[in-house]
Every structure is written in structure tokens, then in C-alpha cells.
Ligand binder design. Sequence first.
Ligand SMILES: Cc1cc2nc3c(=O)[nH]c(=O)nc-3n(C[C@H](O)[C@H](O)[C@H](O)COP(=O)(O)OP(=O)(O)OC[C@H]3O[C@@H](n4cnc5c(N)ncnc54)[C@H](O)[C@@H]3O)c2cc1C
Length: 318
Amino acid sequence: MSVLIIVESENKLLKRNAAEVASYGVAFAEKLNISCAALAFHATNANELGQYGVAKVIHVSNVSTHFDANAYANAIHGFASQNNVTHIIMGSSADAKFIAPLLAAKLNAGYAPNVIALPDELSPITVKRTAFTNKAFVHTQLLTACTVIGVGNNAFGVIENPVTCTVKEVDAENSDSNLEQVAIEKTTGKATIADADVVVSGGRGLKGPENWHLIEELAEVLDAATACSKPVSDMGWRSHDEHVGQTGKPVSTNLYIAIGISGAIQHLAGVNSSKVKVVINNDPDAPFFKAADYGVVGDAFEVVPKLTQKLKAFKALA
Ligand SMILES: Cc1cc2nc3c(=O)[nH]c(=O)nc-3n(C[C@H](O)[C@H](O)[C@H](O)COP(=O)(O)OP(=O)(O)OC[C@H]3O[C@@H](n4cnc5c(N)ncnc54)[C@H](O)[C@@H]3O)c2cc1C
């Protein structure tokens, strides 16, 4: 029995969620008193997982650098079945949610995504996870000998636990796929909503696309991704890939700043698992204030430029 932690990478570096997935995997293995290792694809800094208690990393480079769920699931399956892996720990990103069901089917494993805590019970493994766009918790029993667990974004946290880490280069024996990537076109070179630590989001209160420089300037100083409410993308002020909420992208960042957004239930459903929510709105009765950690009642056209200036000055001092 052993635990295999699958970490994601992009542009040859570990993704932000790798630290949290590794922290969970190491704690999970300790709880079960079994060994663990991590499996990384195309990550030149894979040894940094040692910072989170991972002593052994298997590094695979002979799989397509373009994301291909079939190829990655085949490669992980090959490694897991040859190495007596019984529990696979992954993230809950869109990519992980493509790979995990394929992998679970190959391994005849139970799969639980959006897991937010270590197992409550070990026999059978019972995990707490979010459901219905974070409106409910579910305690799921995994009745199979082999399990695949998807750790929710920003749910478990990062545990610093430095150990010496060795990285072993291994060739995947089977990374077959029935797909061929012809071309990839990225929509933006900026931080993506899925990977950003901070998201700055604008709503109809911004009045029009010509005012979006306020959102972009604040996002730039915070190294944040930009997002918007549904009507904003419906009206074509911003592209649909920025639409967040129940019918848009989910946001689970450390900091979510909502500017001129009322806080309708469908918007909150997709963003309320973010750790800290800051709301700027000129209506003190806007529903978003009830969900906010910090709120500014004021005109976005006055508050946001001042906030951006203050942050710029603060950064210049640091
Ligand atoms: C089935 C369904 C699914 C939906 N899915 C989503 C979804 O995924 N995501 C989503 O966002 N919505 C979704 N909606 C729409 C949702 O119900 C709301 O209509 C929408 O979120 C409102 O967007 P908004 O807050 O930008 O606009 P508004 O509701 O118009 O709110 C604008 C806010 O800006 C404030 N404001 C105005 N001027 C200023 C100013 N100068 N300074 C500061 N604040 C100001 C106002 O006080 C107000 O609170 C969905 C609706 C349905 C029916």
C-alpha cells in the first residue's frame, strides 16, 4: 500500500496548487501510516515539493507537454499499477477533474473530488467534501481498495515540513492517446482565474467597458487575474472566459475583490469559497456585504483609484 501524489505543472514549473496537494498527500500517508511519493510531469522545480514533506518525486518527461487527459491517465495508471499504489491524491482543477475519472475507471477505484479534510474514518476511507457549488458538505465513503481523492482548492492549506527530496527521472511506459493536439491558442498571457492567488472582479456597477482600466490597474498591482459578473460578459463588456459564478468559472482564491457587484446568489455560489472577500459597493444594503470579510461602502470610481495608488506606494516601499 502506498500513496501517490499527482502534482500539476505549467510552463515547466509546478502550479500553485501543488503545495497544497502535496501537503494533503503527505498528511494522508502519515494518517494511514504508509509511504508516499509524488509524480510530476515537466516540472523543473519538482524538488521544491521537499518543502512540503515529499521525500521522493518521480519525474516524467516523455508525455506530451500539451494537456491530454488520456495520455496522462495512462501514464499515471501504468506507474500506479506497477508500484502497489493504493491511494492517489490529486487537485480539483479542471485538468485534474478530466484525468481523475479516467484513472479511477482504469484502477477500479472510488473517486471523491473537492475533498476539504483528511479522512474522518479509515475503514472504509470516509472524506468530507463540498457539493452543490459549496452549499453543502457530503461525507463520502470510498468502498474500493484503491481510491482517487481530489483535494479542493484552498481547502486544506499548505503545511511547511521541509525534508530532503530526491527526484528520479522515469519514462512513462504507456502514454497512448487517441487525440492529437493540432494547435493551442491561449486567450491571455495574464494570470488565469484558476491559478491566481488574487482575483479582482467587476460588475455592472462599473457602468461600461471603457471603465475596466480601473479593474485592470488594480489587478496589475496585485498580480491578480481579472473576472466579472455574468451580465458584464453577456453584454460583451468582457469576454466570457472571465465570467465567474454558478454558471461561470468557480473561484477559490486567497483574496477575491468584488467591485460594483451586487452579490446575487448565483454569483456568490461560485466565489464564496474564496478565503477573504473584499466588497466595494456604493449601496450599503448590497447583499454581497453579508458574505464579505471586508467591505467599503463607496463609489468605485473614487475608491478603486485610491486603493491602487496606495498599493503601488506600498509596493514601492517594500
Ligand atoms: C440561472 C442563473 C444563473 C446565473 N449565473 C450567474 C453567474 O454565474 N454569475 C453571475 O455573476 N451572475 C449570474 N446570474 C445573474 C445574477 O442573478 C445577477 O443578475 C448578477 O450577478 C448581477 O450582476 P452584477 O452584480 O454585476 O449587476 P447588478 O445586480 O446590476 O449590481 C450592480 C451593483 O453595483 C453597485 N454599483 C452601482 N454603481 C456603483 C458605483 N459607482 N460604485 C460601486 N458600486 C456600484 C450597485 O449597488 C449594485 O449592487 C445568474 C442568474 C440566473 C437566473
